[in-house]
Design a protein around this ligand. Structure first.
Ligand code: FAD
Length: 434
């Protein structure tokens, strides 16, 4: 098979790839210099839409509506845009071998691509229950959500099992967003998770109590403190029930599993330094091999604000890390440098009429402020995380753009607080003063 050479190759065609391509175009590239190689069949798109607008019962989001970079208010890069810029989109192409010493990538179909500079943007894959040999987990309609093909399977299942029963396994943001959108599709929804409350990696008990109450008011049932240990299916192989460790059995026409992801780094095992489950990079996203960069979900990078190394699986970081890497690549070609990446962690989620944002680090003591009554007409509440007398993290449900900016600033500035009771009283007012 023919070998194709590009000056720059972006491996992966997700969020980071789209933002990297836009930055390359901004900085200036010649036609034919850049290729994006992606397993997916479509140009880069804003992945968060898959668990939100894509599954709406009415007015559902569809491509080309949510190609990057619309998710951050930017230009929508349609396939024509890539063509115009002379950026080659090599789609439906899975790379199965990467040899960094010969700077070559080999596809499943046997094609070879060589490069001068490689940006690894392979993102994450979902953890499947079949990975742990959970009994019956290969039944039909036990679904996962990472790529657009997965979302299409879910849409088909929602249509095939109209007004049926859905069980959501996992209480993270995927579980919460999917429970809400399946409920909007009029399915009878039950969430199952082992932890004492939802989103335990971020939410405090107080924050979670609001969402669990709100979901219950919307008719979502929640089963906590147990896990799915097996599935029943009918003679067609379609799932019919979820068996729980505590002995209960839940009827199910659709099961959606959201139990986390794993960064896709296996192509580079033994070829690149790794750290904390990701590919180790410097503050410019260059890996241990010169000319090879890693961005988005796969990168473990120096978090300047906290003086440690972290891997972040959030869309905002995938965009910004991609831009940083391309700026650094282009600057180094001119013998210049760019400033170190100085990221403020930012994560958000939306479901039903709710929308929250979180900035910073969720460490230390917490205070809860505002109206967190799930029955309120317009709930608005938040939390601060306080360590060593300073605010490190801030969460806000129902905030306006200005209010969200204010809590972001608090997390960045880390103001001192002397009295947690006063902070609780002041709530959002405290952020407005910073
Ligand atoms: P991805 O966007 O996953 O892109 C990786 C790309 O690489 C894919 O196209 C994949 O097919 C391709 N690829 C992988 N391996 C190969 C290979 N061997 N050969 C060829 N191509 C390959 N974050 C938030 O902050 N807020 C949210 O609300 C939110 N919602 C989300 C909802 C869903 C359903 C999902 C799945 C994620 C969500 N995220 C959210 C997380 C966010 O989308 C990711 O952090 C982000 O997409 C990471 O960007 P990335 O470019 O690193 O990886």
């Amino acid at each position: 098979m023919a070998e194709k050479h590009f000056k720059y190759v972006i491996l992966g065609g997700g969020v980071a790839a789209g933002y990297a391509a836009r930055e390359f175009a901004k900085q200036g590239i010649n036609k034919g210099e850049l290729a994006i190689i992606s397993k997916e069949a479509v140009a880069p798109y804003e992945r968060p839409a898959l668990s939100k607008g894509y599954l709406f019962p009415q007015g559902a989001a569809r491509l080309p509506g949510f190609h990057t970079c619309v998710g951050s208010g930017g230009e929508r890069l349609l396939p024509e845009w890539y063509e115009e810029k002379g950026i080659e989109l090599i789609l439906s192409t899975e790379i199965v071998k990467a040899d960094l010493s010969s700077k070559s990538l080999t596809s499943a179909a046997g094609a070879t691509f060589t490069y001068d500079i490689l940006i690894i943007a392979t993102g994450s894959s979902v953890i499947k229950l079949t990975d742990f040999g959970v009994q019956g987990a290969d039944a039909n309609n036990i679904l996962y959500l990472r790529e657009i093909d997965d979302a299409d399977k879910l849409v088909a299942a929602i249509q095939a099992k109209k007004d049926g029963k859905a069980v959501i396994v996992g209480g993270g943001y995927i579980g919460l967003e999917l429970s809400a959108v399946l409920r909007l599709n009029n399915l009878d929804v039950t969430m199952v998770y082992p932890e004492p409350w939802c989103m335990p990696r971020l939410f405090t008990a107080g924050i979670a109590a609001f969402y669990e109450g709100y979901y219950a008011n919307k008719g979502v049932k929640i089963v906590k403190g147990t896990v799915a240990v097996g599935f029943d299916s009918d003679s067609n192989g379609d799932v019919t029930a979820v068996k729980l460790k505590d002995g209960r059995v839940l009827d199910a026409d659709i099961v959606v599993v959201g139990v986390g992801g794993r960064p896709l780094t296996s192509l580079f095992k033994g070829q690149l330094a790794e750290e904390k489950g990701g590919i180790k990079t410097d503050a410019f996203f260059q890996t241990s091999v010169p000319g090879v960069y890693a961005v988005g979900d796969v990168a473990t990078f120096p978090m300047k604000l906290y003086g440690d190394l972290r891997r972040v699986e959030h869309v905002d970081h995938s965009r910004k890390s991609a831009e940083q890497a391309v700026k650094a690549i282009k600057a180094s070609e001119e013998g210049k440098s760019v400033e170190e990446y100085d990221y403020l962690p930012y994560f958000y989620s939306r479901s039903f009429d709710l929308a929250w944002q979180f900035y910073g680090d969720n460490v230390g003591d917490t205070v809860l402020f505002g109206d967190s009554d799930p029955a309120s007409a317009k709930p608005k509440f938040g939390s601060y995380w306080i360590k060593d007398g300073k605010i490190f993290g801030a969460f806000l449900e129902g905030g306006s753009a200005d209010e969200n900016n204010a809590i972001a600033k608090v997390a960045r500035v880390q103001p001192a607080v002397s009295d947690l009771n006063v902070l609780t009283q002041e709530g959002l007012q405290f952020a407005a003063k910073i």
